[in-house]
Design a protein around this ligand. Structure first.
Ligand code: DO4
Ligand code: MG
Length: 282
């Protein structure tokens, strides 16, 4: 089941039918309340039970909004071998290589703060590259929607926009490489699934420049070294999230070192079962 946030209210998609339960039942609950419910899947099922869907609901998808309420966005790093390899390479002259190697093998994962809601853009929004970055890339990642109690209640697509020049200069610059205005994109919907996603789930990235494909690659969740449940368990240790949170689970795709994003580039990230998140650099 998919849950979309639109300017007309929230839309539920189930078996190719679209529902606007919030609208049909008066003002309904806010996106924030909805997306912190531990029983989100059952709650939405009850809301659409017996209905046939509507054209108005399908139509509402033309005006998608970013599917975030008051949640903080956090991220995990070096959860795929490809990420480990790329970080070691980019931080060679700064002597950072050993840290990435060690965190890849360590029991404790790398977890970092990524964004507050105002730094996040939605489907078709404009993500940014930093003015002081000479080497920037998108990072296509599976994002977990986690309730205040620490339950994974949904999945979406995340783009962890990153400056490789700043991060490569010194690993201690990570917060600057990662956190800035429009540094993160989420969407297009929340996949509300009671079961974990299969390891065959594919994550793909394509970057278009002037209508031409500049870079394309894909991976699957089978290549992720960490278990989403364990990432959440570490994140919630001695740390509370009264509004819930999104947790990006790390990238398994890094473009070649010769590639840097440019204004106007279109970034397409697709994840099986969720859809495609499209953003432009601007
Ligand atoms: O260690 C730096 C960041 C890693 C990251 O964002 C990733 O692996 O996705
Ligand atoms: Mg990342």
């Amino acid at each position: 089941m998919k849950l979309y946030r639109t300017i007309s209210g929230y839309v539920v998609e189930e078996h190719d039918r679209f529902y606007l339960p919030g609208k049909d039942r008066g003002p309904g609950e806010s996106w924030q309340l909805l997306t912190t419910r531990d029983d989100l899947h059952g709650h939405l099922l009850r809301q659409i039970q017996g209905g046939n869907g509507s054209e108005a609901a399908r139509h509402a998808l033309q005006d998608l909004q970013v599917p975030i309420g008051n949640q903080e966005v956090w991220a995990a790093g070096v959860t795929y071998y490809r990420s480990r390899e790329a970080r070691i390479q980019e931080s060679k002259s700064a002597g950072g290589g050993n840290f990435y190697d060690r965190v890849y093998d360590a029991e404790r994962p790398e977890l970092f703060f990524k964004a507050t809601p105002h730094r996040v853009v939605g489907p078709n929004g404009k993500v940014a590259i930093r003015d002081d970055s000479s080497w920037s890339v998108p990072e296509p990642e599976l994002a977990l929607l986690v309730s205040p109690k620490g339950k994974i209640i949904g999945y979406t697509i995340g783009n962890d926009m990153s400056s490789r020049s700043i991060e490569g200069e010194n690993p201690l610059y990570l917060p600057q490489a990662k956190v800035y205005d429009r540094c993160c994109a989420l969407g297009p919907c929340i996949l509300v699934a009671p079961e974990p996603l299969p390891s065959s789930t594919e994550i793909s990235l394509e970057i278009m420049r002037g209508g031409i494909s500049e870079f394309a690659a894909a991976t699957t969740l089978a290549s992720m070294k960490r278990d989403p449940l364990s990432l959440v368990e570490y994140l919630y240790r001695s740390n509370s999230f009264p509004s819930g949170c999104f947790l990006l689970t790390g990238t398994g795709i890094v473009p070649p070192d010769s590639f840097t994003l440019a204004p106007g580039d279109e970034i397409r990230i697709a994840i099986t079962g969720i859809g495609t998140l499209i953003n432009t650099v601007g």
